[in-house]
Design a protein around this ligand. Structure first.
Ligand SMILES: O=c1[nH]cnc2c1ncn2[C@H]1C[C@H](O)[C@@H](CO)O1
Ligand SMILES: [Zn+2]
Length: 358
């Protein structure tokens, strides 16, 4: 097998379903925006700040990992700041060879300077449009869809779900809930999910990251999630061995082809996996779950889509065939219309991998 270089991984088209806008800022941008906003940072040296985020997030606990977002959310409170962060996000993903991305954020966390929820969404979507146009000009076309997240400890999910539906024709393609998982089950937000189903809208749910099977079961069987944000703890329902045995929930998730938005580096930082080599992605791929590879928070994990792929190549010996499989899985699971997904698979992804596969 031909060795896979990092540069080649960057060049090949990739699809990303799980990336947080407030978890992917450039450190230099945080420093500039914090100076404008009068927000105090742990350090104002961009390189040191990048390291600070990665170290602080490397805590082994989701709750402590989430504390680091106070510094990114604090500098994303005006329309120009939100627009800039979204523009740079699209540019950074495109430069990394991502051709399709769904980027999520929680509008309710960006109201401290009196923006309305609609103004927050409009600023972010405008930033994505601007960044995508600039990326295309630079020869790196990307399509970015926005997911609106409601915070699971709060009580605004119905409002955020309605906000998402209001903006469905101008860039918002789905809904999500995020935040601390233990103690905040998805069914707390059942009204919002039922509303979204009645609207024929799409949603994913962070489940099975810091809490196990009951969270996944509720997300799928009570709330009707289209996809699982992480979902990595589905392995708790698989008895390992030469021929692993799937419990009923694991079998349902696999057989229904419910996409798992796996985020290897993030899981190692929050303690959901001991290391990349120990990450259940290896087993879940072998068992043919609908596995996708994602970044979660590029800043907190000091990562990129190419780096996550490269880590898996190193740990599991994957080649282009597996990377294409992950990429097509992600594209099949995207929230944009089926014909648009197919076009990206047939016209962008397959031709590029065909050249590498020979
Ligand atoms: O991996 C995660 N699990 C749960 N919540 C998360 C994760 N990454 C980010 N968040 C939270 C913190 C952000 O402020 C929020 C919206 O992007 O979502
Ligand atoms: Zn996440």
């Amino acid at each position: 097998m031909v060795a896979i270089s990092y540069e080649d991984i960057v060049k090949v088209p990739k699809a990303l379903l799980h990336d947080h806008l407030d978890g992917g800022l450039r450190p230099a941008t945080i420093v500039e925006l914090a100076a404008e906003a009068g927000h105090e940072l742990p350090t104002t040296d961009p390189e040191a700040l990048g390291r600070w985020f990665a170290e602080a997030a490397n805590s082994g606990s989701l709750e402590r990992y989430l504390e680091t977002f106070a510094h990114t959310v604090a500098v994303m409170q005006t329309a120009p700041a939100l627009r800039r962060v979204a523009r740079e996000c699209a540019l950074d993903l495109a430069a990394d060879g991502v051709v399709y991305a769904e980027v999520r954020f929680a509008p309710e966390q960006h109201l401290e300077q009196n923006l309305t929820l609609d103004e927050v969404v409009e600023a972010v979507v405008a930033g994505f449009v601007e960044g995508s146009a600039q990326a295309a000009e630079a020869g790196n076309p990307i399509r970015v869809g926005t997911l609106l997240t409601a915070m699971r400890h709060a009580a605004r999910s119905q409002e955020i779900a309605e906000l998402a539906v209001r903006h469905r024709d101008t860039g918002v393609v789905g809904f999500d809930i995020a935040g601390a998982e233990a103690g905040f089950p998805p069914t707390r937000h059942l009204d919002a999910f039922e509303y979204l189903q009645r609207e024929n809208f799409h949603f994913t749910i962070h489940a099975g990251e810091a809490f196990g099977l009951p969270s996944i079961w509720q997300a799928i069987q009570w709330c009707g999630a289209d996809r699982l944000g992480h979902g990595v703890r589905i392995v708790d329902d698989i008895t390992p061995g030469e021929s692993p045995v799937l419990g009923r929930l694991a079998a349902y998730v696999r057989d229904k082809r419910i996409p798992l938005e796996l985020c290897p580096s993030s899981n190692v930082q929050t303690g959901a996996a001991a290391s990349i080599a120990d990450h259940p992605i290896g087993l879940l791929r072998d068992l043919r779950f609908r596995v996708t590879v994602n970044t979660d928070n590029r800043l907190m994990s000091g990562t990129s889509m190419s780096r996550e792929m490269a880590l898996l190549v190193d740990a599991f010996g994957y080649g282009w065939k597996e990377l294409q499989w992950f990429t097509i899985n992600a594209m099949k699971s995207a929230f944009i219309p089926f014909d648009e997904r197919l076009r990206i698979i047939d016209e962008v992804i397959k031709p590029a991998y065909a050249k590498l596969l020979g």
